[in-house]
Ligand binder design. Structure first.
Ligand code: ATP
Ligand code: MG
Length: 267
């Protein structure tokens, strides 16, 4: 079976030629299979977010290629790729439009990938659909369709963003530390929602996390990033058997005298 997403030699440097030049992605090569739920770990600055941004088409690559569903998308602009990609960021404020109501945000999400304009009109049959989707979250948001999104808590907004990112089935879902800004209980709620949406729909998903236990227990495949490339790629039974201690050991070997990042979480 050919990979759903094939990444070959992906390279990206920032501030090229300047004193602050950083090689954020260094010839990264990776095949992602249909339905892969991949957790990604790596120390600060390892290139995890840059990798997700590169897949989303936020900037042109210096070299390398990306193909999705057998089609070369390397030259595709961000808006064109957005038809295939759902994203959730660390900051709950980024995924939704604060001034628009819950139903208006959902209406925008429903139009992802369509050519028509981004009007904020909501049809009554959509309202029923949105209510059903929102009820799934168990947060009572189905009673608040006309509430401005800016009035919601961070966790509520992040749950809404998850719903928006998956409302039109994405070919690829990108989650970049999407629970890191939330309190532990809310983070747990969002993680359970993630499991539900991703596993039930078999969405091809990349989830960046600093929580190693999460990286081990969620998904079918784990990648460790270091200096812009993948240094560990573990799946299936081998992944399930991994321990936090082993991952820590690997981090320590990679980082040498730099020591462990203070953002590395053990549980
Ligand atoms: N737009 C940019 N301009 C300049 N440098 C950048 C830019 N984006 C990322 N970098 C640099 O590229 C490197 C990789 O950054 P990236 O954000 O991908 O790391 P990360 O693995 O996501 O780290 P973290 O765990 O801290 O989120 C870093 O050195 C970062 O400073
Ligand atoms: Mg990052």
């Amino acid at each position: 079976m050919s990979a759903q997403i094939a990444i070959a030699g992906m390279t990206k440097a920032f501030n090229k030629g300047g004193v602050n030049e950083v090689l954020a992605l260094n010839g990264l090569t990776l095949n992602i299979d249909e339905g892969d739920f991949i957790t990604i770990i790596g120390s600060n600055g390892a290139g995890k977010s840059t990798f997700l941004n590169a897949l989303a088409g936020c900037f042109p690559l210096d070299s390398g290629t990306i193909s999705m569903d057998g089609e070369d998308v390397t030259g595709w602009a961000e808006h064109r790729r957005a038809a295939k990609i759902g994203r959730v960021f660390q900051d709950p404020l980024l995924g939704t439009c604060a001034g628009a109501t819950i139903e208006q945000n959902l209406a925008l999400a429903k139009k992802r990938g369509m050519r028509r304009g981004l009007g904020l009109g909501v049809k009554s049959k959509d309202r029923v659909f949105f209510s059903e989707k929102l009820a799934m979250l168990g947060l009572g948001l189905e009673e608040r369709l006309k509430t401005a999104t800016g009035l919601l808590s961070g966790g509520q907004r992040q749950a809404l963003t998850m719903l928006m990112a998956t409302m039109v089935r994405p070919r690829l879902l990108l989650l970049d530390e999407h629970t890191a800004a939330l309190d532990p209980k809310t983070a747990q709620m969002i993680l359970e929602l993630t499991e539900r949406l991703v596993v039930e729909q078999r969405l091809t998903t990349l989830m960046v996390t600093h929580n190693m236990q999460q990286a081990i227990s969620m998904g079918n495949r784990l990648l460790m990033f270091h200096r812009g490339t993948v240094v560990m790629d573990i799946r299936g039974e081998e992944k399930k058997a991994l321990t936090v201690e082993e991952l820590l050991q690997r981090f320590t070997e990679l980082r040498g005298e730099e020591g462990l990042s203070d953002r590395m979480l053990l549980c």
